[in-house]
Design a protein around this ligand. Structure first.
Ligand code: AMP
Length: 397
């Protein structure tokens, strides 16, 4: 399906291979609090090491905005990687990323060695995809492999520009897997195909809704987004999240769903509160009858049942975005109900990264899902039907 070269197509023995990973992991006081993105990158690294490549890893971390910010150094990642690979990973500590340390370390490499470069976003050129930094990165290697699905929707030096200046390029196993799962689910789903969208804003998901209406049998909308739809149905949403300028769009989408025979499921009841916090008075009311001074922070029990029933009848489910303010325990039941329903089915279940991935992992359903994407933004753009620049830039087979 993927017409791009993969690591399987490469002859890497004795060659220097620059691998773009997504090591943008959460840190607290210099400690990695979730290493899923690091473990997800291991298969590609291990394959290259065992084939005798000289592996040079790179990644961004956070948003240092072109400055060397010590708190966003990749040094803790090098340490964690060494532990996971059970082999030394040399950290090339250069504020300029491709500096003296990196060059010296690369020159001294033996087959099977692994080096990690410093945070690519220490360089201001990175996010502007400027040629000079792309050339510097490429100068270290013969071959480039992109395995950073989570950053593949960005055209940066380390994801796109570098491909122009290396002899050969390919995608890694993680990238291949992400594209295979998301691509199959969206373009060749076993039906019924149900998509669930949540999160705060309609405006972030306009193109996703439009594209998914072309593909799904049922579209479920929850979270803060749902109130714009409730308002479009003439409902009163009180002080809930509302994007008034998107009401016409919501109306259009409801009509489009009807015209296409797509079942559009919206919340019918909602858990409301007066204050945006966990420990406060709350109650459940019909979604279109939220009084002034109250806001909806979660889907109600009836809605949870309806959504769960739709999920249980599905053969393919794709989910992006929480059903409520799941960070507050009192308003997490809707998000939990969706995760639970997905975990209980035998069909294909895909979590589109970001908050829903965090919620599923937190709830302990991680291993019950077919695939949890490592990229929130990238999987959303994928669901919009867009080509990902980081994938397009790689050599065709
Ligand atoms: P997004 O980044 O668009 O996926 O949105 C995720 C955020 O949406 C989470 O932090 C949730 O707390 C928030 N969210 C979900 N439902 C609601 C709601 N009903 N009201 C306010 N925020 C919400």
């Amino acid at each position: 399906m993927l017409q791009k070269k993969t690591v399987e197509d490469l002859q890497v023995k004795g060659k220097k291979v620059l691998v773009r990973c997504d090591f943008n992991v959460p840190l607290q006081n210099g400690m990695i609090t979730d290493d899923n993105r690091i473990t997800a990158a291991l298969p590609t690294i291990q394959k290259l090491v065992s084939d005798g490549a000289r592996v040079i890893l790179c990644s961004h971390m956070g948003k240092p905005k072109g400055e060397a910010k010590p708190e966003l150094s990749l040094a803790p990642v090098a340490k964690r990687l060494s532990e996971l690979l059970e082999k030394e990973v040399i950290f090339a500590k250069d504020d300029t990323v491709v500096g003296e340390n990196a060059k010296k370390a690369v020159a001294a490499m033996q087959d099977g060695d692994v080096i990690l470069l410093e945070n690519t976003r220490y360089r201001k050129e990175e996010t502007k995809n400027e040629e000079n930094f792309s050339k510097e990165l490429a100068s270290l290697a013969d071959i480039y492999v992109n395995d950073a699905f989570g950053t593949s929707h960005r055209a940066h030096c380390s994801t796109v520009g570098v491909t122009e200046f290396v002899k050969e390029s390919a995608v890694g196993y993680l990238m291949e897997k992400e594209i295979a799962f998301l691509g199959n689910a969206v373009n060749n789903p076993e039906r019924p195909f149900v998509a669930i969208l949540g999160g705060s804003k309609v405006s972030d998901k306009i193109n996703v809704i439009k594209n998914l209406l072309e593909k799904v049998d049922t579209l479920i909308i929850g979270g803060g987004m749902a109130y714009t739809f409730a308002a479009a149905q003439g409902g009163k949403v009180g002080d809930s999240l509302l994007e008034e300028d998107k009401i016409p769009y919501a109306k259009e989408m409801m009509e489009e769903a009807k015209a296409k025979g797509v079942q559009l499921l919206l919340p019918i009841d909602t858990v409301i509160t007066k204050e945006f916090k966990n420990d406060t008075e709350f109650k459940t009311v019909p979604t279109r009858e939220i009084p002034e001074g109250w806001m909806g922070l979660d889907i109600g029990e009836e809605t949870r049942k309806r959504f769960a029933d739709a999920i249980k009848g599905a053969k393919t489910v794709v989910w992006n975005g929480p059903m409520g303010v799941f960070e507050f325990e009192n308003f997490a039941a809707g998000t939990k109900a969706v995760a639970e329903a997905m975990a209980s089915i035998s069909g294909m279940t895909i979590i589109g990264g970001g908050d829903s991935a965090a919620a599923v992992n937190q709830l302990g359903y991680g291993d019950k899902m077919t695939h949890i994407s490592t990229g929130g933004g990238a999987s959303l753009e994928f669901l919009e039907g867009k080509d990902l620049p980081g994938v397009m830039a790689v050599d065709d087979k």
